[in-house]
Write a protein that binds this ligand. Structure first.
Ligand code: OAD
Length: 253
């Protein structure tokens, strides 16, 4: 099958790369029915981040913040990984099977859909909505219960638990950041999928890759601050674009 020119370039880049790093954002889960933050139906168009996604907001009104996260947990619980998530699993399998092949998936998403699809080498830059962390003793645990019971959830030490995500004003987890920066520096192809590339420091990872001579590819229906730096831009949706590539790489009869 023939693909549009940019997608054709993408196919060629993908088949010649040995060390691939992918950075994903909310757009990759959009076709699974999970809303983005800044798009047309974006969460930050209806809600104020200052009221829901900062340590100060949680200190002020933990129940309000928890209600918002409980709503998102329920929404994500019902969602299924889409063709973009699946295509990234297949890409990882293919690259990891090559001698010296390296594949790292860096995600800003907290929904866990990459892991549910089967991606293995995933670095979660902004934490996970399925992890809960104690506000007193820092103990962390996985909890996929929907709805959460008791609500709001409490630690064995009786203190309130908080969502295990990174909020505005908080640093990224150190180990994940170091691994992400290293993977970006070592990549020969850096794929940016479904992120507005507006939130730092995640948005600087493609620049680290570019400074280290990686080819940069963007898949996004809309322009971002990275578009002008990219070696190839595919103006399309993630599941549609990566889904087509999956079909294109299927063995022909
Ligand atoms: P944004 O909502 O900022 O950006 C989503 C991007 O996905 C936009 O550039 C859209 O054009 C694009 N998009 C929409 N639908 C798409 C589709 N079907 N396929 C591909 N792209 C699509 O989300 P992020 O960049 O992930 O942090 O936002 C970064 C961080 O800001 C999030 O991790 C979150 C948010 O506030 C925190 O909560 C701390």
């Amino acid at each position: 099958m023939s693909l549009p020119t940019e997608a054709g370039d993408l196919e060629a880049f993908l088949s010649s790369a040995k060390s691939i790093c992918v950075l994903t954002g909310a757009g990759v889960s959009q076709e699974s029915g999970v809303p983005t933050f800044r798009g047309a139906d974006g969460l930050w168009r209806k809600f104020r981040a200052e009221d829901l996604a900062t340590p100060e907001a949680f200190a002020r009104d933990p129940l309000l913040v928890w209600e918002w996260y409980a709503w998102r947990r329920e929404l994500i619980h019902r969602a299924q990984p889409n063709a973009a998530h699946m295509a990234l699993v297949e890409l990882e399998d293919r690259i990891a099977a090559q001698p010296g092949g390296r594949f790292t998936l860096l995600t800003q998403n907290v929904d866990g859909l990459h892991e549910r699809a089967g991606s293995r080498n995933v670095i979660r830059l902004h934490g996970s909505i399925w992890r809960l962390r104690c506000t007193r003793c820092d103990t962390e645990r996985e909890d996929r219960a929907v709805p959460l019971d008791p609500f709001p959830p409490r630690c064995a030490c009786s203190a309130l638990l908080r969502p295990g995500v990174v909020w505005f004003g908080e640093p990224l987890p150190e180990r994940e950041w170091a691994q992400a920066a290293q993977a970006a520096a070592q990549a020969d192809l850096f794929l940016v999928v479904g992120t507005s590339a507006l939130v730092q420091p995640a948005a600087s990872l493609p620049l680290i890759a570019k400074q280290n001579r990686a080819r940069l590819v963007e898949i996004n229906p809309d322009p971002t601050p990275l578009s002008d730096l990219a070696d190839c831009v595919v103006r399309g949706k993630a599941a549609e674009t990566l889904g087509k590539l999956r079909k294109a790489s299927e063995p022909r009869p």
